[in-house]
Write a protein that binds this ligand. Sequence first.
Ligand SMILES: [Zn+2]
Length: 377
Amino acid sequence: MPLLDKQVTIGRVRGISIVIDPSWFLIFILLSWVLSASYFPLQVPGLAPFAYWAAGTLAAAGLFLSVTLHELGHSLVAIRRGLPVKKIVLFVFGGVSQLEEEPEDAGTEMIMAIVGPLVSAALAGGLHLAKVAASAAGAAPLAVVFLGYLAFVNLILSVFNLLPGLPLDGGRLLRALMWKRGGDPLRATWVASEVGAGFGSALFIIGAFLVLMGNLAGLWYILIGFFLRNAAQASYQQMTYRSLLAGVKVEQIMTENPVTVDQDILLEEFVDQFLLAYHHPVFPVLAGDRVRGVAEAEAVKKVPRELWKTQTIERCYRPLSEVQVLSPSEDASEALKKMVETKSGRLLVMQGDRLVGILSRRDIMDYLNLKSSLFLG
Ligand SMILES: [Zn+2]
């Protein structure tokens, strides 16, 4: 379903796009339904269905707003500390502020991590006071229950996010604390993500146990546990890559004097002497000593086989103007980001219009593996 693949931008605050993941719509409908059909009628019986539906939908929207405010807390502090934030994505179980770069010192990371749970705790306190005041003023019982529900939701957001495992805020705090006490940030990341994965596994096991006992609510635990485990591993990898690549330039890890292809060779020769001989997916194409573009296995496949004996590579290379290139002095982490964005495993490194090397994802991975084996043991 193409419609559901797309994240929907619903607004912008100080240059940060607020984006909804499609999974969120499903949760919004489910939650509105559970609240309207079960929670509110049980708490305040005897009202018209319309009142329950209004309260249920508003409460689901209130959860959404609470998560957004929590994430805005993180993002605004990040921006104030000079770390750009492109967007906030709201998922099934909460939100993620997408930082362009990781904080460079433990203090910044600590403040950034704690502010989200603080916003949620403040909202919980404020909503609880509003509930008490509404009740004392003799407001409608449904309104009192509604405020109480939102206070509770914010309390959960605050407490759950303080669990000390990555990718939760508590995990970031734990990592920053170990880092600040003179620890190695890489090892701190590893410990915090192992704790996060541990929480994930524990939830998973509790969920499986509940389901075996006939309690289907265990499925939620399994789902959240699974999500947490994966996210812990992903955030470990991402943070590790970023710190291992910090300060490393493209020219330090690129392959110099890459194998190039003349634009006049036949496709058949290209396949035999280059694609099959080197098994690289991409080769720079030259006319004389000028780079014209890149030839890829994918493009050759589109040319009918019977033409390979008569057609040259010129027929199917991609011109330089259409390919992403790197400069030798660029940060390797930036290069990795470009590879991910363009879904390309090999990028040309150009100094002006001169080809000086090629950087492949494998070059970066080899470097990361070597460096992590040296420094992480
Ligand atoms: Zn948070």
